[in-house]
Design a protein around this ligand. Sequence first.
Ligand code: MCA
Ligand code: AMP
Length: 515
Amino acid sequence: MSKGNLFTALRAAFPADLDQVAIETADTPQPLYYTWRDLDRGTAMMANLLDSLKLPAASRVAVQVEKSVEALMLYLAVLRAGHVYLPLNNAYQASEIEYFLGNAEPAVVVCAGRHFGWVSQLAFKAGTRHVFTLDDDRSGTLLERTAFHADTHEPVRCRSDDLAAILYTSGTTGRSKGAMLTHGNLLSNAQVLKDCWGWRTPAQGGDVLIHALPIFHVHGLFVACHGALLNGSRMIWFAKFDPKAVIARLPEATVFMGVPTLYVRMLGEAALTRETCRNMRLFVSGSAPLLLETFRDWQQRTGHTILERYGMSETVMLTSNPYAPASGRRGGTVGFPLPGVGVRVCDDQGLPMAAGDIGGIEVKGPNVFRGYWRMPEKTADEFTNDGWFKTGDVGRIDADGYVTIVGRSKDLIISGGYNVYPAEIEGYLNDMPGVAESAVVGVPHADFGEAVIAVVVAKPGAALDAQALIAALKGRIANFKVPKAVFVVPDLPRNAMGKVQKNLLREQHRALFAR
Ligand code: MCA
Ligand code: AMP
């Protein structure tokens, strides 16, 4: 066995009694109980299936499926077998999937049964030889084939700088980039967070995590799952976030992780009280800015102080508010750099700035990715000459070390924890008949934090209908990227240089979805 393999490290942390429950499903028709032994055997069988396909080492396995425990096992099996996991948001539509498969050239694709027709066509076009299905009711060809394989498997030896996963993140210009994360990136970060967030092993009384995030992004797949697995902690597993249902299970839990929208929605429920949170030890928020108002409302209602942290697909977690003392957690900040992680703020010339000054956030550490898949120039652009990764976030570090994010230099909207790049949506809009040009911006949204809206100019003589444009976008791009409102205007506001003044558009529409 190799210490470099992330799976090996996670497996070593399983409790001695493998017959204890590791994961209990909360929103299947009947609760399902998966023991640690089930995770070990299930991932061994799937890894043996992958081995039987005789794939080259480090083949990509692209997965677009509904959330299920079997989907988590597939991720672990890919690590175990020494391949590279490529998770895809299940909201992505055909044109988006076509790009990812064409770019990543996966050896294996796993999709939902109902999408097999179109996904397999795109996969075969991209040169993929194996397409399996996996559904959230424990059916599909992946599990049918897995059933024929042995339930023991020696994890593949690998080095810590071997690839474990590729996560696609959209680009400010052009197409999405695949961030290459290594076994070492993921394991070092999981180990740091285990210490920093005071995870309690079963021998220390144990933790119970409510898992209600999707498992195709860093937050739900890595931060939450690695945290629980590396600690031998039980998970209460929700396939879909439902505030009422989650609150009903809080009394049994000790840890919860969410994007700000999840906290806002739970605050909307009268059932959220100090009493329901009586056994909770830690609420973590990240992926998008947590409003001070939400931070304070949560404190008042539950008596708990949310711990906000900051990360990226390219870097996993970078900073965290302190676990102890809870009084050291400051709303509106993302806390301190994690141990081993370098964080600095630089000016436009790339020179480090004094405490309190606002500039570009740059980072360094064992958590920082290996580069963008097959994009060496893009990778080089995003690193400084002395090897720091430029996050595109703008912020400051106070004299006492707290990091605060004040904005972004990248043109990015974060809606309900999902990233939307305006340039991509503008590209789709500009291709539509009758559209001369468009500008996509984010405006405050009481539920999603930010909402995507579009302002569109018609070609001379063309008549555009806002609702028709929205309808046309649905089905072409993931639903969370579709503008919540479209405005047809005669001209876009421009400055003397001819650049569209997006700040004016944001200002003009800022009250649209605000509380
Ligand atoms: C759903 N809708 C959205 C979003 N989600 N619109 C804008 N933004 C969204 N995030 C829309 C759909 O398009 C649909 O509209 C309607 O809401 C209902 O869809 P449904 O799927 O039922 O929504 P939901 O189940 O209520 O989902 C909301 C959600 C979800 C639970 C907040 O968006 C979510 O799980 N977000 C978490 C994302 C996450 O895990 N991010 C971590 C990234 P229509 O009816 O018009 O079609 S990792 C990361 O950022 C870094 C590394 C980090 O630091 O963690
Ligand atoms: P992703 O591309 O999904 O990895 O998103 C990463 C981006 O999410 C970061 O560059 C930040 O802009 C944003 N982000 C993550 N956590 C936080 C946070 N706690 N506060 C503000 N922004 C955050």
